[in-house]
Design a protein around this ligand. Sequence first.
Ligand SMILES: O=P(O)(O)OC[C@H]1O[C@](O)(CO)[C@@H](O)[C@@H]1O
Length: 552
Amino acid sequence: MNECHEESDRASSRLTEQGAIAREAGRLRTASLEQLFEADPERATRFTFSAAGITLDMSKNLIDAQALRQLMDLASRRQMAERIRELIAGAPVNNTEGRAAAHTALRLSEPVEFAAMARSVSERIDDYVRRVHSGNRCGYSGRPFTRVVNIGIGGSDLGPKMVASALQAHTAHLDTRFVSNVDGADIATALADSDPETTLFVLASKTFTTQETLRNAQTARSWLRGAAGGRDIDSHFVAVTAAPERAGEFGVAPDQVFPMWDWVGGRYSFWSAIGISIALRFGCEAFADLRAGAAEMDRHFADTPLERNLPVLMGLLGVWYGNFFGAQTQAIIPYAHNLRLLPSYLQQLEMESNGKSVTRDGKPVAGATAPVIWGDAGTNGQHSFHQLLHQGTHLIPVDFILPLTNPASPEGHQPLLVANCLAQSRSLMTGKDLAQAKREFIDSGCSDAEAQALAPAKVMPGNRPSNLLMMDRLTPKTLGALIALYEHKVYVQSVIWDINAFDQWGVELGKQLCGDVLAAMSGDETAVFDTSTNTAITQYRALQSQSENNTK
Ligand SMILES: O=P(O)(O)OC[C@H]1O[C@](O)(CO)[C@@H](O)[C@@H]1O
């Protein structure tokens, strides 16, 4: 068969398969979720699945067994089981960079060659962290370290920062701060209440070329040098990188450089040495438990039939809403204050991984790929954006994440938190009809005519889909499992869309241009960009020389 025929056969088989799923979506678009529950008393059980301490109740989705079968068929046609095997086996799934995405090897003992590298670094980390905790490794004045400032951005920041916040209730050996932004306000804030004698800096950068991180690292070093008055500050700097030679050039002592490898993507990296600030703060056992929870989810992903496989189910639901219901965004609403950074962590994980427009072989994708990920902690969101979830014009699937208990919570708080979460997912589903809305206006003293006119404002259409992801408690293990679940969900979707989830070429152009703009900003010649950029540069230069003149 020639290439042209193959291409058109592929296209027509996609159209047929999408036609079948689109028909199911058309049928369920007008279905009533409440009626689906009434028609099937087993619905909640039928659509609830558990693994690694996480329970996914997906019964409040616009889905039924027939539609799910179609989605499962789609997954099978995309050889999902084989693709999962490839990922876990360390095959070069990142085709544009010709390498594996073997983050699971940081948690599992396979594939052996990757897992062995991970183990040897993890042993070095354990040894180093224990020496810091015992006071054996200390600052230039001999005082033990009390604070870690992690300097990194993107995957070298969001993961450790999210975990530090999520496990806040855990005993902390050291205090942590995270500096990512090149805006000097970020590092200035972190340094303002830090004691140079007892502050340890972790320079986290896979490439060790990221401008923001290097600028912040230089500022941290100048700050320390200023305070140390000639004493040796080497013990204050740890580097985590896949380019140890660059960390060496920066001046980090070789025994304080912890390697990672090109087979670990930045946004999948906090399980590697990038997570050293987690171990420094909560201890090596907590860091190991985090990985153990993820490993449990990895094994579930690798070994469970697609029909009961949590990441597969969640991935397919995302495809269902994004490609067949036109949903453009996905809300993440953790009902746990300590998980408030999860939405921004997932923004990088999902949007940098699957925000792509071409397939693995360079063809335009057939439809929408990653949705816009957003959200905030419940109950805060209820008093801001939930209005739009309930009555706005967009269909927005929601993931409610709910640790059922929290021993650290003062009396009376947790029941209220849980009740709010369940009430939100239920009210998104049931909505409020016109008759009820009208009754409420009449009960509040309106005439029938007034109530008739005002009632539509109170109508809530309902049938708005949500997942409920529950765990008994938020622990290092359940957190690890939850993050691995989302990582694998992202992979499942990339397989369905036939895109590479592990590159991020879209971020490169801005980085390159920044160098050119920076050069133009410090030069005297007219900038050579568009008039908008040129004007802003001229304005910057004028203000800059004005402030230089003022300080003379
Ligand atoms: O760890 P590095 O190399 O400093 O990169 C930081 C981040 O920058 C990115 O390359 C995107 O700009 C992310 O993928 C990565 O997590």
